[in-house]
Design a protein around this ligand. Structure first.
Ligand SMILES: C[S@@+](CC[C@H](N)C(=O)[O-])C[C@H]1O[C@@H](n2cnc3c(N)ncnc32)[C@H](O)[C@@H]1O
Length: 704
């Protein structure tokens, strides 16, 4: 048996997404991957998961990728730096309002980033990074670059210090004795057996990798068939209203014996008592979560008389927050995204690190050559999956992955697999003019430059000047000669420069997709943050759209992405853009997998085409939570023959334009007015002289 197999982590992508499951969060659980509570999160070079999930998670049928290769097998580990983060106060605001209704918020959102420009970028500290980074890049290149100690791959030390901020609200999960839900998931012994089988034939080498890869593909296909078969059986068992049809009552009985008495939902008073006495015992929380999940999976059959569904939900969210160490607001927000059982899968997945992945820089190397070079250095890796021909997943390494000669020579970028997705969706072409509106530290910029074969031009912008240092360093290291680095607030585009063939807006976000990399997100995000962020994202997306020329011969596309899974940062922003810019439409992302975006969510209905957007989840795709939307920008229809007949109509025209173009800062006013004039003209409205426009009540109000 090869040691590699033992510690290898599952590939971060599905081989194929079975259509019947697409678009809805799965609810039938026939098994789940066991979250490695105490191990994984501490390891930078990740371990292979115990075993692939069976059953419901058809999307997580992992590819074994072609060309699996192996190197030396020395246990490795990184010590990624934890962030310092501030605690935000929680307001009681809904996160759905339109941008232009809340002038105050606009100013606040803007100031967040302006202030931060003065900070020196030192990894992930300070307030700005709470927003700026969204945590996504915590594992990205600029962080892992630098001194070898930063990526201490040779250490087995498991004593990861707890960041001060987290000490107050530490997850109870580290003490947990077993998993939450008694589904038929695979246990660790079967896992290692399976992994042992995998390497029975000895190590994979460059010589045998083709054949080994084919064999693995066949095996993966067989397992996928088994999964489908299991699903079918579960469905035939007729457990319609039961998320846990496969969990028989024996599990529950066992619990009763274990706990000595039947489960009862605590009353509000009991909960208060519990809080006062420092919170419940971890075993109790765990059991209560399990019971609540089971009851909510089949409420009619399992609920206690007189207790409502919302009482169970409330208890479960409360327990999730304490068990996994989230603030209750965020625990609830994330819980609401999924069916009950799947929500637990999501929270569990956030406790496990995602695979360490690298992207071959095709300007300097070929993946095969890079793989060979790294293998020779003792790196254990294999291709990520069929959907990318440049990605490699690193399982183990006896050398620091962020300090090899190949790394320093720019042959690869340390980059999360999810970060490849928006660039693949954007598909920049050679000789195009492309804008990367929020680009630091440059993972996606350098990917784009490579796809464009160092031709055309990529404007790599980032509002945070300090962060453009790491961006510039990466651009140089990777030998990108077609990149211009600049530092403007993205909302200044297209004033600064426009007419792009394609624009990527990898927006600043809350980072709820990258909690496994940045646990501080669990406690430092408040409702107010989501309001501010979604407001900023809405402003940025309009600017991204307006920066594209609809006349582009080869392009005319905008890709919007975030490393967050919340609807108000994703579908709501996309829907807003569709409403505000009738000249854009959503198109297929071209990505082979990912769940469709929500078209309905908690009483909100979005444009039906929002289903073309794609969501990626840690528990489904074994990659960071991510969102990708792709727009095609078309020419604006001219509104000819609508001359305003009265001052009132002129005023209405100005207001309409203002609603559409939602800036309000003093600094921007001359540009705003000029843009308004242009837009009124384009709409066929009579444009009042400059002095008159400034004198309209709407403009004066804005000025005030
Ligand atoms: C998710 S990160 C971008 C990661 C980058 N695309 C990559 O792949 O390496 C978001 C970035 O947005 C930048 N940012 C925040 N507010 C901005 C604004 N108003 N305009 C432009 N960039 C902004 C942050 O400094 C941060 O670097």
């Amino acid at each position: 048996m090869g040691r590699r197999a033992k510690s290898k982590q599952g590939n971060p992508e599905p081989l194929a997404e079975l259509q019947e499951n697409a678009g809805r969060p799965s609810s039938k659980k026939t098994g789940k991957r066991k979250a490695d509570a105490d191990g994984g999160a501490k390891e930078g070079v990740s371990k292979r998961p115990a075993k692939k999930a069976r059953g419901e998670e058809k999307e997580r049928v992992h590819s074994k990728g072609k060309g699996k290769v192996t190197g030396k097998t020395e246990k490795a580990k990184s010590s990624a730096a934890e962030n310092k983060n501030k605690h935000q106060n929680s307001d009681e605001k809904e996160g759905w309002e339109d941008v232009e209704e809340d002038v105050d918020l606009k100013a606040q959102a803007k100031s967040l980033f302006h202030d931060s420009d003065e900070e020196e970028f030192v990894g992930f500290t300070g307030d700005l990074e709470d927003f700026d980074m969204g945590g996504e890049d915590a594992g990205d290149d600029d962080i892992l670059r630098g001194p070898v100690e930063e990526l201490d791959l040779g250490s087995d030390d498991d004593d990861e210090p707890i960041p001060a901020k987290l000490k107050t609200k530490r997850s109870k999960q580290h003490e947990r004795p077993s998993k939450i839900i008694p589904t038929g998931s695979v246990n660790s012994s079967s896992t290692s057996d399976s992994d042992e089988d995998e390497d029975e034939d000895g190590p994979v080498t460059m010589a045998n990798m083709e054949a080994r890869s084919r064999a693995l593909d066949v095996k993966a296909a067989k397992e996928a068939e088994l999964d489908v078969e299991e699903m079918r059986k579960a469905e035939m068992a007729g457990a319609e209203d039961d998320d846990f049809a496969d969990v028989d009552d024996a599990d529950m009985e066992g619990d009763e014996e274990e706990g000595g008495e039947a489960f009862e939902l605590p009353t509000a008073e009991q909960r208060e008592e519990e809080k006062k006495s420092g919170g419940p015992d971890v075993h109790l929380v765990q059991r209560r979560m399990r019971e609540c999940v089971l009851v909510l999976g089949n409420f009619k059959r399992r609920a206690a008389k007189g207790r409502s569904r919302s009482e169970y939900v409330e208890q479960l969210v409360y327990d999730i927050a304490s068990y996994y160490g989230y603030n209750e607001f965020l625990a609830e927000k994330l819980f609401q995204l999924f069916p009950v059982a799947e929500a637990i899968e999501f929270f569990e997945a956030n406790e496990v690190p995602r695979p360490v992945t690298i992207r071959t820089n095709t300007l300097h190397s070929r993946r095969r050559d890079l793989a060979q070079a790294l293998i020779n250095r003792g790196v254990n890796l294999e291709p990520i999956g069929k959907w990318t021909n440049v990605g490699l997943q690193v399982f183990e390494s006896s050398v620091p992955i962020g300090a090899t000669p190949e790394y320093l020579a720019g042959h690869y970028m340390l980059q999360a697999a999810s970060s490849f997705l928006p660039v693949i969706a954007l598909a920049p072409q050679p000789n195009e003019r492309v804008l990367d509106m929020a680009s630091a530290p440059g993972g996606k910029t350098t990917h784009m430059a490579a796809l464009m074969e160092n031709t055309g031009i990529v404007f790599a912008n980032d509002a945070n000047k300090a962060r453009t240092k790491s961006l510039t360093a990466n651009v140089h290291r990777l030998g990108c000669k077609n990149v211009v680095v600049c530092s403007y607030d993205g909302r200044e585009f297209p004033k600064v420069i426009g007419g792009f063939d394609r624009v990527l807006l990898d927006a600043p976000c809350s980072g709820t997709g990258v909690i496994s990399k940045d646990a501080s997100v669990k406690t430092n995000k408040s409702e107010r943050d989501f309001v501010l962020l979604s407001h900023l994202q809405k402003q940025l997306i309009l600017c991204a759209i307006d920066s594209v020329t609809p006349d582009s011969k080869t392009g005319g596309y905008v890709v919007y992405s975030t490393c967050s899974v919340t609807v108000d940062e994703n579908e709501a922003v996309v829907d807003y853009a569709l409403r505000k810019r009738p000249n854009v439409k959503l198109v297929d992302t071209g990505l082979e997998f990912g769940r469709p975006g929500y078209t309905k969510y908690r009483g909100k209905t979005f444009h039906e085409k929002v289903s073309l957007t794609r969501r990626f989840y840690p528990h489904v795709h074994n990659m960071d939570g991510f969102f990708v939307a792709k727009f095609k920008v078309e020419k604006r229809a001219k509104n000819v023959g609508k001359e305003p007949q009265s001052a009132k109509e002129v005023e209405a025209g100005v207001e309409a334009v203002e609603t559409e173009f939602a800036f309000d800062s003093d600094e921007d006013r001359p540009y705003i007015e000029e843009t308004k004039r242009k837009r009124m003209k384009a709409k066929g409205l009579r444009v009042p002289p400059r002095s008159k426009l400034a004198a309209t009540p709407a403009v004066q109000a804005a000025a005030a």
